[in-house]
Ligand binder design. Sequence first.
Ligand code: NAP
Length: 345
Amino acid sequence: MSANYVSLQQLHTFGLPVNAKRVVIASQAQEIRQAWFDSRQEDLPFLLLGEGSNVLFLEDFAGIVVFNRLKGVEINEQADSWQVHVGAGENWHQLIQTLLGQGVYGLENLALIPGCAGSAPIQNIGAYGLEFKDICNYVELLNLDSGEVVRLSAAQCQFGYRESLFKHQYRQGYAVIAVGLKLSKKWQPRLNYGELKNFDPQTVTPQQVFDSVCHMRQSKLPNPAVTGNAGSFFKNPLVSRQQGEAILRDYPNAPVYPVGDETVKLAAGWLIDQCQLKGKQIGGAMVHPKQALVIVNYAQAIPQDVVALASLVQKSVHTAFSVLIEPEVRFIARSGEVNAMECLS
Ligand code: NAP
């Protein structure tokens, strides 16, 4: 490590031993802009994170990492909905708890997803049949050069499966500073997944959905505060209907979900599990024994352990099923984000 570098180990959920030249914890939008100007002036890479829950640092970061801690939750009552304006640095799970406590419902399926409210639109977080886009009203963006604040409607954000405009057009030079949620007063439970199917839609309460989602996640997913990880390491692959049918011929119980007429979604965790990789270790990195989609830092892993293991997982799935699974986690090198697929090849 070069002199004066700051450790990032406690500042991202993978907990890898990496460092940054400088770290800024920003509780005001102006601090984010100042760090941006400093990075331009000193010709340093700039990286804006929430809680660092979806990144894999490949090495030390040679620039300024800014952690967005802009706070504030405002709830406005409308005739048939609640409109909630949330500072980007609010913790996502705490926000859901706060809203539940105030009788504002609709986020329960997204309980316990690590990270901040401002990170939610970037990859359009989703779980148990609900995605951020379903409850998004707007996203507020700060243009770091001009200081202008732009409010994008949900439609303008171009949300897709773990996708949005914020990964592309607004990746550099902009900061998400707030999100707006629109939650109907007529709460409609979403009960298509796992244990949720056992509830009666007529009688189930938001608290029961919340508790059930927390229970399912806690029984299967590693707590990043205890064992470093970045959630699902890979995205669920979308393949042609024919490819899905071919897999179903060999594995009649395979999880294959229709997405439109000609495309199906496969469960990446299931594909990895079929390759007998649960518990597979390289160095200090391991495929989580209970959920194959998650790679954990179980014993002082270094970035190269994680990359080698992810590469092995990707190749094994490709050999067994001719399906190329793509990382969901964002790979960060010395000067910024790099193409994760290229890193694994
Ligand atoms: P699971 O129930 O074992 O199912 C495996 C996969 O099958 C899921 O990823 C899910 O896809 C899909 N699936 C299951 N039931 C479905 C249904 N009724 N309709 C359509 N697709 C269905 O999943 P899990 O791994 O325990 O995860 C449960 C949920 O939490 C999933 O929605 C998952 O995406 C989410 N999760 C997200 C992260 C993250 O870091 N992004 C981490 C953990 C869990 P989808 O992923 O498209 O829903």
